[in-house]
Design a protein around this ligand. Structure first.
Ligand SMILES: *Cc1c(COP(=O)(O)O)cnc(C)c1O
Length: 234
């Protein structure tokens, strides 16, 4: 059975943990932004977490997300899309989300750029990088990221903010930190190459400390706020 937590109380704990990790790793206070990953959760749970002070939420499936966005349209939520994106699903993402973390090919970027409504500010995007080299994982290969970045920055309705990755799960702080370093190194190379990036989207419930230690600016936390997802959950 998925164990139930009070998401508002859990949110406060996660925020306190982030603040204490910022201190432990000499990160500036407030330099790590919390994204509440609300996939599989009903809109009521998001509303409670919003009412406890959370403004940024992330979803990973278009069909699941749209009714929730509609149910919560009265709230000033910043919506992040973090899942794999198929070309035929880009339009609602371009019009309803503020951020997309999972850009992994030019075709998707071009469609989002074409479909971003004129009245909205540019869509904030990250390139997803496959740092674990697992065939099943989405994302560009690290050595292709710079070429993709050069294409993405040309689209006027997109604003390239940084990189995102989902490392292969591993345990132990040192191993988790080592798993994230290729992303950090790539981020630094792109910054040196002149890309004006400010977002390293890495860190989930299991590797939050490693991510903050390695310089994450945006952590994506689901389980630690909302409790365990049902089996077969994503
Ligand atoms: C589900 C998911 C998360 C959150 O994972 P937790 O382990 O529940 O914190 C973060 N990022 C992505 C891309 C996800 O799909």
């Amino acid at each position: 059975m998925p164990h139930r937590t009070d998401p508002a109380a859990a949110l406060r704990e996660v925020r306190a943990r982030i603040a204490s990790l910022e201190r432990r790793y000499a990160r500036a206070p407030g330099s790590v932004t919390l994204l509440a990953v609300s996939k599989t959760r009903p809109a009521e749970d998001l509303r409670r977490v919003h009412d406890a002070g959370q403004r940024r939420f992330a979803e990973n499936q278009v069909q699941e997300a749209l009714p929730k966005l509609e149910a919560l349209a009265d709230l000033p939520i910043e919506w992040h899309f973090i899942g794999p994106l198929q070309a035929n699903k880009t339009r609602p993402v371009a019009s309803h989300f503020d951020w997309v973390h999972s850009i992994d090919r030019v075709k998707i970027a071009r469609r989002l750029d074409d479909q971003r409504p004129e009245g909205l500010s540019p869509l904030q995007v990250c390139i997803q990088v496959n740092i674990s080299g697992e065939a099943s994982k989405a994302g560009v290969a690290p050595d292709e990221a710079a070429d993709l970045a050069r294409e993405v920055v040309r689209f006027p309705r997109l604003r390239l903010r940084g990189l995102m990755a989902i490392p292969a799960p591993c345990t132990g702080l040192e191993a988790q930190r080592a798993a994230l370093r290729p992303l950090v190194a790539l981020y630094e190379r792109l910054c040196e190459a002149g890309f004006a990036l400010d977002t390293l989207s890495m860190g989930m419930s299991q590797d939050l400390e490693a991510a903050i230690a390695e310089g994450a600016t945006l952590v994506r936390i689901g389980t630690a706020i909302f409790g365990a997802r049902p089996p077969h959950g994503r």
